[in-house]
Design a protein around this ligand. Sequence first.
Ligand code: YH5
Length: 282
Amino acid sequence: MLSITERLCPVRATVGQRTLVMGVLNATPDSFYDGGRYATLDAALARAEQMLAEGADIVDIGGESTRPGAAPVPEEEEIRRVIPLIEAVAIRFPEAVISVDTTKSRVAQIALQAGACIVNDISGATFDPHMLEVVAQSGALIVLMHIKGTPQTMQQNPTYEDVVAEVKATLRAHAQRALDAGIPPEHIWLDPGIGFGKTVQHNLELLRGLPKLKSLGLPILIGTSRKSFIGHILGGLPPDERLEGTLATLALAVAWGADIVRVHDVKEAVRAVRVADALCRG
Ligand code: YH5
């Protein structure tokens, strides 16, 4: 079994050189249209294999739906959903870099023992007081995302005086807390949290304001994939019709300094960011 430090090598060597693609793998029961646990695990493993073959640098495995208004998932249920899949992916694909999408320190701790090396925390490590110590003592990398409120409340009339300035100040504070907890700067990525307590206009301002977030000096992850602001701009298109709009956001996010993009459509995203990288990074 590789250590967390060894598992992190490929991302540490490439981040900042080219745009990394994080593929979304949902371990929620509705995601693979199936009641039986083994069939579900098999379908999810097949999807992981496909994403890796399509060029995903990271596979992001989550068991809690963080869509607006979604009910929280109890810790034991999240563990039942996520840990067998992380273990299976880590064993079948020993080179895969796995992140766990969770806000719970116990889920993170078990996931890191099962083969994950990145914790993707949509709360910026604010929902669980033990998250930063778990990440610090394991040697894992953490993604600290901005959210206004909770997934239950975030879309209830979010307001900001200056969304870019407020998100930047919060992300700076999140990073400082992580540093104070003993996490090295090379193990901290920041994310403005597109769609998490933001209106369509806020999301657009945040993407346009990416160069200002870059001045925090840490890698920036952007998650726009299939999100509702894209459907809104395109006259109300449903999630499965938002690929082209997503690719437009990726190209500009790369131009404005995104280092990692989190996407559902790996093949298309890899092609888009490779071309954007060639244009932007020479
Ligand atoms: C993110 O931005 N997002 S889960 C609603 C949709 C489509 C997609 C159909 N986890 C992020 O992907 N982690 C999620 O409407 C994330 N950054 C990071 N770091 C939400 C999601 C989605 C929601």
